[in-house]
Design a protein around this ligand. Structure first.
Ligand code: FES
Length: 154
């Protein structure tokens, strides 16, 4: 198996360069803020995605994963910035904060998304990469409206 190859699904994901262009560097050296989005689309019903579940939706050329965590819904692009895997099919984990030797500081429980191809990890809430602060996945605003629809802002 060639682990470095990209999937051959034309039109399901934009090239990596377009992801990089979509971020404008902010004052925080680790941070990048997505450009302002205003288009709201209904991505399904909130009750389709109970806590702990996820849903991957296709909005035009964008594939986006919506995750229901303890603190609410979070959405990220279904495209790994490493080599383009379908990131949102990866597993969810926690991680540990740095501490003194023999100190055990679990954190980010259930909000770390691990890419199914090579294991890069991203914080679902901020989109920041855990291995490399320069790697990020695009995040999207998602909320539930008064009728129980999931509204995604793209
Ligand atoms: S494609 Fe390599 S870690 Fe995601």
């Amino acid at each position: 198996m060639n682990r470095g190859s990209r999937p051959c699904e034309a039109g399901t994901a934009a090239p990596l360069k377009s992801i990089d262009k979509a971020f404008a560097l902010a004052g925080d050296p680790q941070g990048a803020v997505p450009k302002k989005r205003t288009r709201e689309v209904v991505a399904g019903r909130a009750d389709e995605v109970p806590e702990g579940a996820r849903k991957i939706v296709q909005i035009g050329h964008l594939s986006i994963g919506i995750f229901h965590l303890k603190d609410g819904y979070h959405a990220v692009r279904n495209y790994c910035p490493h080599q383009g895997a379908e990131l949102c099919k990866g597993s969810l984990h926690g991680t540990h904060r740095p501490g003194a030797v023999s100190e055990f500081l679990p954190d980010f429980s259930g909000r770390v998304l691990r890419c199914p191809w090579h294991g890069w990890e991203f914080d679902l809430v901020t989109g920041k990469g855990l291995y490399d602060a320069k790697s990020r996945v695009m995040t999207y605003e998602v909320r539930v409206n008064e009728t129980g629809d999931l509204i995604l802002v793209v």
